[in-house]
Design a protein around this ligand. Structure first.
Ligand code: NDP
Ligand code: MN
Length: 389
Protein backbone atom coordinates (compact mmCIF):
# COMPACT_ATOMS: atom_id res chain seq x y z
CA UNK A 1 0.00 0.00 0.00
CA UNK A 2 1.20 3.50 -0.78
CA UNK A 3 -0.29 6.88 -0.01
CA UNK A 4 -0.39 10.22 -1.82
CA UNK A 5 -1.62 13.25 0.15
CA UNK A 6 -2.05 16.90 -0.80
CA UNK A 7 -4.01 19.86 0.58
CA UNK A 8 -7.67 19.69 -0.29
CA UNK A 9 -7.72 23.07 -2.06
CA UNK A 10 -5.20 25.13 -3.95
CA UNK A 11 -5.92 28.62 -5.19
CA UNK A 12 -3.35 30.03 -7.58
CA UNK A 13 -2.58 32.96 -9.84
CA UNK A 14 -2.44 36.74 -9.44
CA UNK A 15 -4.48 37.94 -6.45
CA UNK A 16 -5.31 34.37 -5.37
CA UNK A 17 -5.35 35.67 -1.80
CA UNK A 18 -8.81 37.11 -2.45
CA UNK A 19 -10.11 33.53 -2.52
CA UNK A 20 -9.75 33.43 1.26
CA UNK A 21 -13.38 34.48 1.32
CA UNK A 22 -13.89 30.70 1.18
CA UNK A 23 -13.29 30.85 4.96
CA UNK A 24 -16.76 32.34 5.54
CA UNK A 25 -18.27 30.75 8.62
CA UNK A 26 -15.01 30.45 10.54
CA UNK A 27 -14.60 32.78 13.50
CA UNK A 28 -11.02 33.53 14.45
CA UNK A 29 -7.88 33.56 12.33
CA UNK A 30 -4.43 33.45 13.94
CA UNK A 31 -1.91 34.83 11.45
CA UNK A 32 1.74 33.77 11.66
CA UNK A 33 4.39 35.68 9.73
CA UNK A 34 8.12 36.40 9.61
CA UNK A 35 10.10 39.56 10.38
CA UNK A 36 8.81 42.44 8.34
CA UNK A 37 8.68 41.58 4.64
CA UNK A 38 4.93 40.87 4.50
CA UNK A 39 4.09 44.04 6.42
CA UNK A 40 6.48 46.18 4.36
CA UNK A 41 5.09 44.93 1.06
CA UNK A 42 1.47 45.41 2.13
CA UNK A 43 0.49 41.74 1.83
CA UNK A 44 -0.12 41.37 5.57
CA UNK A 45 -2.60 44.27 5.59
CA UNK A 46 -4.27 42.85 2.52
CA UNK A 47 -4.64 39.48 4.23
CA UNK A 48 -6.10 41.01 7.40
CA UNK A 49 -8.58 43.05 5.34
CA UNK A 50 -9.79 40.04 3.37
CA UNK A 51 -10.24 38.01 6.56
CA UNK A 52 -12.08 40.86 8.30
CA UNK A 53 -14.38 41.33 5.29
CA UNK A 54 -15.08 37.61 5.45
CA UNK A 55 -16.19 38.05 9.07
CA UNK A 56 -13.18 36.68 10.97
CA UNK A 57 -11.55 38.19 14.00
CA UNK A 58 -7.77 38.26 13.52
CA UNK A 59 -4.62 38.21 15.62
CA UNK A 60 -1.12 38.57 14.20
CA UNK A 61 1.94 36.73 15.50
CA UNK A 62 4.99 38.41 13.97
CA UNK A 63 8.70 37.87 14.21
CA UNK A 64 9.34 34.27 13.21
CA UNK A 65 13.06 34.28 12.39
CA UNK A 66 14.66 32.39 9.51
CA UNK A 67 15.17 28.74 10.59
CA UNK A 68 12.75 28.91 13.52
CA UNK A 69 13.67 27.51 16.94
CA UNK A 70 11.88 25.15 19.29
CA UNK A 71 11.41 28.08 21.71
CA UNK A 72 9.68 30.13 18.99
CA UNK A 73 7.30 27.26 18.37
CA UNK A 74 6.33 26.90 22.05
CA UNK A 75 5.86 30.68 22.32
CA UNK A 76 3.54 30.81 19.30
CA UNK A 77 1.54 27.82 20.53
CA UNK A 78 0.99 29.61 23.83
CA UNK A 79 -0.31 32.69 21.99
CA UNK A 80 -2.62 30.41 19.98
CA UNK A 81 -4.02 28.87 23.15
CA UNK A 82 -4.80 32.34 24.48
CA UNK A 83 -6.60 33.43 21.29
CA UNK A 84 -8.28 30.07 20.47
CA UNK A 85 -8.43 30.36 16.67
CA UNK A 86 -10.37 27.98 14.43
CA UNK A 87 -8.15 28.94 11.47
CA UNK A 88 -4.36 29.32 11.39
CA UNK A 89 -3.02 31.32 8.46
CA UNK A 90 0.72 31.30 7.79
CA UNK A 91 2.01 33.93 5.38
CA UNK A 92 5.70 34.21 4.48
CA UNK A 93 8.62 31.99 3.60
CA UNK A 94 9.25 28.43 4.69
CA UNK A 95 10.30 29.60 8.14
CA UNK A 96 6.99 31.13 9.30
CA UNK A 97 4.99 28.41 7.53
CA UNK A 98 7.00 25.69 9.26
CA UNK A 99 6.88 27.43 12.63
CA UNK A 100 3.09 27.82 12.33
CA UNK A 101 2.66 24.13 11.53
CA UNK A 102 4.60 23.14 14.65
CA UNK A 103 2.74 25.75 16.78
CA UNK A 104 -0.50 24.18 15.51
CA UNK A 105 0.54 20.78 16.94
CA UNK A 106 1.22 22.20 20.41
CA UNK A 107 -1.91 24.35 20.25
CA UNK A 108 -3.99 21.22 19.75
CA UNK A 109 -1.90 19.10 22.14
CA UNK A 110 -0.50 21.36 24.90
CA UNK A 111 0.84 18.41 26.88
CA UNK A 112 3.01 17.05 24.10
CA UNK A 113 6.66 17.99 23.86
CA UNK A 114 9.00 18.21 20.91
CA UNK A 115 10.45 14.82 21.94
CA UNK A 116 7.00 13.22 21.58
CA UNK A 117 6.48 14.29 17.97
CA UNK A 118 9.91 14.16 16.39
CA UNK A 119 9.64 10.57 15.18
CA UNK A 120 8.26 10.78 11.62
CA UNK A 121 4.63 9.79 11.07
CA UNK A 122 3.68 9.46 14.73
CA UNK A 123 1.74 12.71 15.17
CA UNK A 124 -1.64 12.84 16.88
CA UNK A 125 -4.76 13.79 14.90
CA UNK A 126 -4.95 17.52 14.23
CA UNK A 127 -7.94 19.68 13.16
CA UNK A 128 -9.69 19.18 16.51
CA UNK A 129 -9.37 22.94 17.05
CA UNK A 130 -8.30 24.62 13.79
CA UNK A 131 -7.65 24.19 10.09
CA UNK A 132 -4.44 25.41 8.45
CA UNK A 133 -4.00 27.80 5.51
CA UNK A 134 -0.56 28.52 4.01
CA UNK A 135 0.41 31.45 1.78
CA UNK A 136 4.03 31.20 0.58
CA UNK A 137 5.98 34.37 -0.14
CA UNK A 138 9.14 32.61 -1.35
CA UNK A 139 9.34 30.09 -4.17
CA UNK A 140 11.17 27.12 -2.78
CA UNK A 141 10.20 25.20 0.32
CA UNK A 142 6.62 24.42 -0.81
CA UNK A 143 5.75 24.07 2.85
CA UNK A 144 2.22 25.11 1.77
CA UNK A 145 1.67 21.61 0.37
CA UNK A 146 4.10 19.44 2.31
CA UNK A 147 3.90 17.16 5.31
CA UNK A 148 7.05 18.71 6.80
CA UNK A 149 8.13 21.38 9.21
CA UNK A 150 11.81 22.06 9.82
CA UNK A 151 12.56 23.30 13.33
CA UNK A 152 16.04 23.96 14.71
CA UNK A 153 17.26 22.94 18.13
CA UNK A 154 19.90 25.60 18.70
CA UNK A 155 21.13 23.95 21.88
CA UNK A 156 22.40 21.00 19.83
CA UNK A 157 22.72 22.73 16.43
CA UNK A 158 20.45 20.18 14.76
CA UNK A 159 17.57 20.85 12.35
CA UNK A 160 14.68 18.47 12.80
CA UNK A 161 12.37 17.85 9.89
CA UNK A 162 9.06 17.01 11.56
CA UNK A 163 7.07 14.83 9.20
CA UNK A 164 3.47 13.68 9.09
CA UNK A 165 0.58 14.08 6.65
CA UNK A 166 -1.37 15.50 9.63
CA UNK A 167 0.55 18.77 9.11
CA UNK A 168 -0.13 18.96 5.37
CA UNK A 169 -2.08 22.25 5.13
CA UNK A 170 -5.79 22.25 4.29
CA UNK A 171 -5.63 25.18 1.90
CA UNK A 172 -2.65 26.52 -0.10
CA UNK A 173 -2.80 29.97 -1.68
CA UNK A 174 -0.26 30.51 -4.47
CA UNK A 175 -0.69 34.20 -5.07
CA UNK A 176 1.83 34.88 -7.81
CA UNK A 177 2.04 38.58 -6.92
CA UNK A 178 3.71 37.88 -3.57
CA UNK A 179 7.06 36.41 -4.76
CA UNK A 180 7.57 39.44 -7.03
CA UNK A 181 9.01 41.29 -4.04
CA UNK A 182 11.76 38.73 -3.39
CA UNK A 183 15.31 40.08 -3.73
CA UNK A 184 17.54 38.34 -6.26
CA UNK A 185 19.56 36.26 -3.83
CA UNK A 186 16.45 34.87 -2.16
CA UNK A 187 15.04 34.03 -5.61
CA UNK A 188 18.22 32.13 -6.43
CA UNK A 189 18.47 30.21 -3.16
CA UNK A 190 14.82 29.25 -2.90
CA UNK A 191 14.73 28.28 -6.58
CA UNK A 192 17.67 25.90 -6.10
CA UNK A 193 15.93 24.47 -3.05
CA UNK A 194 12.95 23.69 -5.29
CA UNK A 195 15.14 22.11 -7.98
CA UNK A 196 16.77 19.92 -5.33
CA UNK A 197 13.33 18.85 -4.05
CA UNK A 198 12.25 17.79 -7.52
CA UNK A 199 15.47 15.97 -8.45
CA UNK A 200 15.70 14.18 -5.10
CA UNK A 201 12.01 13.22 -5.28
CA UNK A 202 12.47 11.74 -8.76
CA UNK A 203 15.09 9.26 -7.53
CA UNK A 204 13.87 8.75 -3.94
CA UNK A 205 12.89 5.30 -2.76
CA UNK A 206 9.29 6.36 -2.06
CA UNK A 207 8.75 7.82 -5.55
CA UNK A 208 5.63 6.72 -7.41
CA UNK A 209 3.62 7.12 -10.59
CA UNK A 210 1.94 10.07 -8.88
CA UNK A 211 5.09 11.90 -7.85
CA UNK A 212 7.18 11.30 -11.02
CA UNK A 213 5.27 13.57 -13.44
CA UNK A 214 5.12 16.38 -10.87
CA UNK A 215 8.87 16.14 -10.30
CA UNK A 216 9.75 16.11 -14.00
CA UNK A 217 7.48 19.06 -14.83
CA UNK A 218 8.94 21.03 -11.92
CA UNK A 219 12.52 20.29 -13.02
CA UNK A 220 11.95 21.37 -16.61
CA UNK A 221 10.07 24.55 -15.62
CA UNK A 222 12.85 25.47 -13.19
CA UNK A 223 15.56 24.93 -15.82
CA UNK A 224 13.48 26.99 -18.27
CA UNK A 225 12.54 29.92 -16.07
CA UNK A 226 14.69 30.27 -12.94
CA UNK A 227 17.36 32.46 -14.53
CA UNK A 228 14.70 34.78 -16.02
CA UNK A 229 12.94 34.88 -12.65
CA UNK A 230 16.26 35.74 -10.98
CA UNK A 231 16.75 38.54 -13.50
CA UNK A 232 13.37 40.03 -12.63
CA UNK A 233 11.00 38.71 -15.30
CA UNK A 234 7.64 38.68 -13.52
CA UNK A 235 6.05 36.03 -15.71
CA UNK A 236 8.98 33.70 -15.00
CA UNK A 237 8.71 34.55 -11.29
CA UNK A 238 5.07 33.39 -11.33
CA UNK A 239 5.98 30.23 -13.24
CA UNK A 240 8.63 29.34 -10.65
CA UNK A 241 6.11 29.93 -7.84
CA UNK A 242 3.94 27.22 -9.37
CA UNK A 243 6.88 24.95 -10.29
CA UNK A 244 8.23 24.93 -6.72
CA UNK A 245 4.77 23.86 -5.57
CA UNK A 246 4.73 20.98 -8.08
CA UNK A 247 8.12 19.97 -6.69
CA UNK A 248 6.65 20.14 -3.18
CA UNK A 249 3.73 17.91 -4.12
CA UNK A 250 6.24 15.40 -5.45
CA UNK A 251 8.66 15.39 -2.52
CA UNK A 252 6.03 15.53 0.19
CA UNK A 253 5.02 12.08 -1.00
CA UNK A 254 8.21 10.68 -2.58
CA UNK A 255 10.44 12.10 0.18
CA UNK A 256 13.98 13.40 -0.32
CA UNK A 257 17.60 12.29 -0.13
CA UNK A 258 21.02 13.08 1.26
CA UNK A 259 21.38 16.54 -0.30
CA UNK A 260 18.72 17.50 2.23
CA UNK A 261 20.24 15.40 5.03
CA UNK A 262 23.50 17.31 4.61
CA UNK A 263 21.80 20.65 3.93
CA UNK A 264 19.84 20.43 7.19
CA UNK A 265 23.02 19.90 9.21
CA UNK A 266 25.40 22.23 7.33
CA UNK A 267 22.77 24.99 7.25
CA UNK A 268 22.48 24.93 11.03
CA UNK A 269 26.23 24.66 11.73
CA UNK A 270 27.66 27.05 9.10
CA UNK A 271 24.67 29.46 9.05
CA UNK A 272 24.25 29.20 5.30
CA UNK A 273 20.70 29.52 3.81
CA UNK A 274 18.99 26.19 3.19
CA UNK A 275 18.64 26.64 -0.58
CA UNK A 276 22.28 27.66 -0.92
CA UNK A 277 23.40 24.47 0.89
CA UNK A 278 21.29 22.41 -1.52
CA UNK A 279 22.73 24.25 -4.52
CA UNK A 280 26.26 23.40 -3.36
CA UNK A 281 25.46 19.75 -2.57
CA UNK A 282 23.20 18.75 -5.44
CA UNK A 283 25.85 18.12 -8.15
CA UNK A 284 27.92 15.95 -5.80
CA UNK A 285 24.88 14.04 -4.58
CA UNK A 286 23.85 13.29 -8.18
CA UNK A 287 27.36 11.96 -8.80
CA UNK A 288 27.27 9.83 -5.66
CA UNK A 289 23.78 8.40 -6.25
CA UNK A 290 24.33 7.78 -9.96
CA UNK A 291 26.05 4.55 -9.06
CA UNK A 292 22.62 3.09 -8.25
CA UNK A 293 20.19 5.23 -10.28
CA UNK A 294 22.04 6.48 -13.33
CA UNK A 295 19.08 5.64 -15.53
CA UNK A 296 16.71 7.84 -13.52
CA UNK A 297 19.02 10.87 -13.72
CA UNK A 298 19.47 10.17 -17.45
CA UNK A 299 15.68 10.28 -17.84
CA UNK A 300 15.66 13.73 -16.21
CA UNK A 301 18.45 14.93 -18.51
CA UNK A 302 16.62 13.61 -21.58
CA UNK A 303 13.34 15.19 -20.43
CA UNK A 304 14.90 18.64 -20.19
CA UNK A 305 16.75 18.21 -23.49
CA UNK A 306 20.35 17.91 -22.28
CA UNK A 307 22.94 16.32 -24.59
CA UNK A 308 24.39 12.80 -24.24
CA UNK A 309 24.35 9.50 -26.11
CA UNK A 310 24.78 7.24 -23.08
CA UNK A 311 23.25 7.35 -19.61
CA UNK A 312 26.64 8.28 -18.18
CA UNK A 313 27.00 11.23 -20.56
CA UNK A 314 23.47 12.35 -19.75
CA UNK A 315 24.20 12.27 -16.00
CA UNK A 316 27.35 14.32 -16.58
CA UNK A 317 25.25 16.80 -18.57
CA UNK A 318 22.80 17.05 -15.68
CA UNK A 319 25.60 17.75 -13.20
CA UNK A 320 27.02 20.38 -15.57
CA UNK A 321 23.57 21.94 -16.07
CA UNK A 322 23.08 22.31 -12.29
CA UNK A 323 26.52 23.89 -11.91
CA UNK A 324 25.85 26.19 -14.85
CA UNK A 325 22.55 27.23 -13.30
CA UNK A 326 24.30 27.98 -9.99
CA UNK A 327 26.78 30.14 -11.88
CA UNK A 328 24.05 32.10 -13.66
CA UNK A 329 22.35 32.64 -10.29
CA UNK A 330 25.52 33.99 -8.71
CA UNK A 331 25.78 31.09 -6.23
CA UNK A 332 29.30 30.14 -5.13
CA UNK A 333 29.54 26.39 -5.67
CA UNK A 334 31.46 25.24 -2.58
CA UNK A 335 31.27 25.67 1.18
CA UNK A 336 34.78 27.08 1.03
CA UNK A 337 33.76 29.85 -1.38
CA UNK A 338 30.76 30.51 0.85
CA UNK A 339 33.10 31.60 3.59
CA UNK A 340 33.49 28.44 5.68
CA UNK A 341 37.10 28.39 6.88
CA UNK A 342 39.13 25.20 6.73
CA UNK A 343 39.42 25.05 10.51
CA UNK A 344 35.66 25.52 10.95
CA UNK A 345 35.03 22.79 8.40
CA UNK A 346 37.50 20.38 9.96
CA UNK A 347 36.11 21.02 13.44
CA UNK A 348 32.54 20.24 12.36
CA UNK A 349 32.58 17.81 9.43
CA UNK A 350 32.56 14.61 11.50
CA UNK A 351 29.62 15.87 13.57
CA UNK A 352 27.75 16.91 10.43
CA UNK A 353 28.36 13.58 8.66
CA UNK A 354 27.30 11.59 11.70
CA UNK A 355 24.09 13.55 12.15
CA UNK A 356 23.29 13.65 8.45
CA UNK A 357 23.12 9.85 8.50
CA UNK A 358 20.45 10.10 11.22
CA UNK A 359 18.39 12.69 9.30
CA UNK A 360 15.01 11.29 8.18
CA UNK A 361 15.82 12.22 4.55
CA UNK A 362 18.64 9.66 4.51
CA UNK A 363 16.23 6.73 4.64
CA UNK A 364 14.68 7.59 1.26
CA UNK A 365 17.96 8.27 -0.54
CA UNK A 366 18.37 5.81 -3.43
CA UNK A 367 21.90 4.79 -2.40
CA UNK A 368 22.59 3.42 1.06
CA UNK A 369 25.12 5.48 2.93
CA UNK A 370 27.06 5.70 6.18
CA UNK A 371 29.12 8.28 8.03
CA UNK A 372 32.26 7.80 5.92
CA UNK A 373 30.30 8.11 2.68
CA UNK A 374 28.54 11.24 3.93
CA UNK A 375 31.91 12.69 4.85
CA UNK A 376 33.22 11.92 1.37
CA UNK A 377 30.34 13.77 -0.33
CA UNK A 378 30.56 16.66 2.13
CA UNK A 379 34.32 17.02 1.67
CA UNK A 380 33.94 17.16 -2.12
CA UNK A 381 31.30 19.88 -1.66
CA UNK A 382 33.66 21.82 0.57
CA UNK A 383 36.55 21.84 -1.91
CA UNK A 384 34.53 21.65 -5.14
CA UNK A 385 35.72 18.23 -6.27
CA UNK A 386 33.86 15.54 -8.19
CA UNK A 387 32.55 12.52 -6.31
CA UNK A 388 33.80 9.42 -8.05
CA UNK A 389 31.84 6.19 -7.48
P1 NDP B 1 12.63 32.09 5.04
O1 NDP B 1 11.21 31.84 5.33
O2 NDP B 1 13.60 31.68 6.09
O3 NDP B 1 12.81 33.63 4.69
C1 NDP B 1 14.08 34.14 4.39
C2 NDP B 1 14.05 35.64 4.28
O4 NDP B 1 13.28 36.05 3.17
C3 NDP B 1 13.45 36.33 5.49
O5 NDP B 1 14.34 37.32 5.86
C4 NDP B 1 12.14 36.91 4.97
O6 NDP B 1 11.83 38.13 5.56
C5 NDP B 1 12.43 37.14 3.51
N1 NDP B 1 11.25 37.12 2.61
C6 NDP B 1 10.31 36.14 2.54
N2 NDP B 1 9.44 36.39 1.55
C7 NDP B 1 9.80 37.57 0.98
C8 NDP B 1 9.30 38.37 -0.08
N3 NDP B 1 8.24 37.97 -0.82
N4 NDP B 1 9.91 39.53 -0.35
C9 NDP B 1 11.00 39.93 0.36
N5 NDP B 1 11.54 39.22 1.35
C10 NDP B 1 10.96 38.05 1.67
O7 NDP B 1 13.09 31.40 3.66
P2 NDP B 1 12.66 30.07 2.91
O8 NDP B 1 11.32 30.22 2.30
O9 NDP B 1 13.77 29.70 2.05
O10 NDP B 1 12.50 28.98 4.07
C11 NDP B 1 13.60 28.33 4.61
C12 NDP B 1 13.15 27.42 5.73
O11 NDP B 1 12.25 26.43 5.26
C13 NDP B 1 14.33 26.68 6.33
O12 NDP B 1 14.17 26.61 7.75
C14 NDP B 1 14.23 25.30 5.72
O13 NDP B 1 14.86 24.31 6.50
C15 NDP B 1 12.74 25.13 5.63
N6 NDP B 1 12.26 24.15 4.64
C16 NDP B 1 11.05 23.56 4.84
C17 NDP B 1 10.52 22.63 3.98
C18 NDP B 1 9.19 22.03 4.25
O14 NDP B 1 8.75 21.13 3.54
N7 NDP B 1 8.49 22.47 5.26
C19 NDP B 1 11.25 22.21 2.79
C20 NDP B 1 12.49 22.91 2.61
C21 NDP B 1 12.96 23.84 3.51
P3 NDP B 1 10.79 38.30 6.77
O15 NDP B 1 11.23 37.41 7.88
O16 NDP B 1 10.92 39.74 7.08
O17 NDP B 1 9.44 37.91 6.26
MN1 MN C 1 14.46 22.04 0.97
Amino acid sequence: MARFTLPRDLYFGPNAMAELKCLKGYKKAFIVTGGSSMKRTGFLDKLVNILKETGLETRIYEGVEPDPSIERVYDGAKAMREFEPDVIVAIGGGSPMDAAKAMWIFYEYPDKTFEDIKTPFTMPKLRQKAIFVAIPSTSGTASEVTAFSVITDYSTGIKYPLADFEITPDIAILDTEIPLTMPKKLTAHTGMDALTHAIEAYVATARSEFSDPLALKAISDIFDSLVDSYNGDSEARGKIHIAQCLAGMAFSNALLGIAHSLAHKTGAVFKIPHGCCNAILLPNVIQYNSRVCMERYAQIARFVGLPGATDKQLVNSLVDAVRDLNKKLGIAQTYKENGVSKSDFKANCEFIAENAVLDPCTASNPRATDKDEMLRVLTCSYYGEDVTF
